[in-house]
Design a protein around this ligand. Structure first.
Ligand code: XMP
Ligand code: MG
Length: 183
């Protein structure tokens, strides 16, 4: 879907398809340089990271394996609490692997902070994080993130994997919703 399909639901477009794809190419080039000669295990966090993983994986020249995790973050309403439950674990043994966690968005950072220490305890050779979007103003924990696409304002965004009530994940751009959609 593109912006003409959801015109009435949109407030504004934050990043176009071209801007996203350009950024994915830049991130992939950086990752290729850093991991030269090493195989990477991309760990995608379902469901939001599906588009980022698919596009980054295809932009990389490095050999990658892909695996997926689904987690739910307990908390009141839309606020992440940092108490995380694993809904689907990895199939892969991480021992000696170069793990790159790929996320769509880092908000408070609580989910990923928990996930990183969980995966780090499984004996990988290295573990880093790549996220397309980050909301610096929402950060609740200090979380070193090696690869960041865009730092964005603290507003709710949809598209390119990101949803509102499971809708809009298949937009090829990232935008904000018009208030009438969520009010
Ligand atoms: P924390 O706060 O633990 O949570 O970093 C990260 C998760 O929260 C969701 N999230 C969003 N989803 N638009 C979305 O569609 C947003 O603007 C947004 N902000 C946070 C998302 O699932 C992410 O993995
Ligand atoms: Mg997510």
């Amino acid at each position: 879907m593109d912006s003409s399909d959801v015109q009435d639901d949109l407030e504004h477009v934050l990043y176009t398809k071209d801007q996203i794809q350009q950024k994915i190419a830049e991130l992939a080039a950086e990752i290729d340089r850093d991991y030269a000669g090493r195989d990477i295990l991309l760990v995608g966090v379902l469901k939001g990271a599906v588009m980022v993983v698919a596009d980054i994986a295809r932009a990389l020249h490095s050999h990658v394996a892909m695996d997926w995790m689904a987690v739910s973050s307990y908390g009141s309403g839309t606020q992440s609490s940092g108490v995380v439950r694993i809904l689907k674990d990895l199939d892969t043994d991480l021992t000696g692997k170069h793990v790159l966690i790929v996320e769509d968005i880092i908000d408070s950072g609580l989910t990923l902070s928990w996930l990183k220490s969980n995966l780090a305890s499984r004996g990988p050779a290295s573990i880093e994080i790549c996220t397309l979007l980050r909301k610096p103003d929402a950060a609740k924990v200090e979380l070193p993130v090696k690869y960041v696409g865009f730092d964005i304002p603290n507003e709710f965004v949809i598209g390119y994997g990101l949803d509102f009530a499971e809708k809009y994940r298949n937009l090829d751009f990232i935008g904000t919703l018009a208030p009438h959609v969520y009010q």
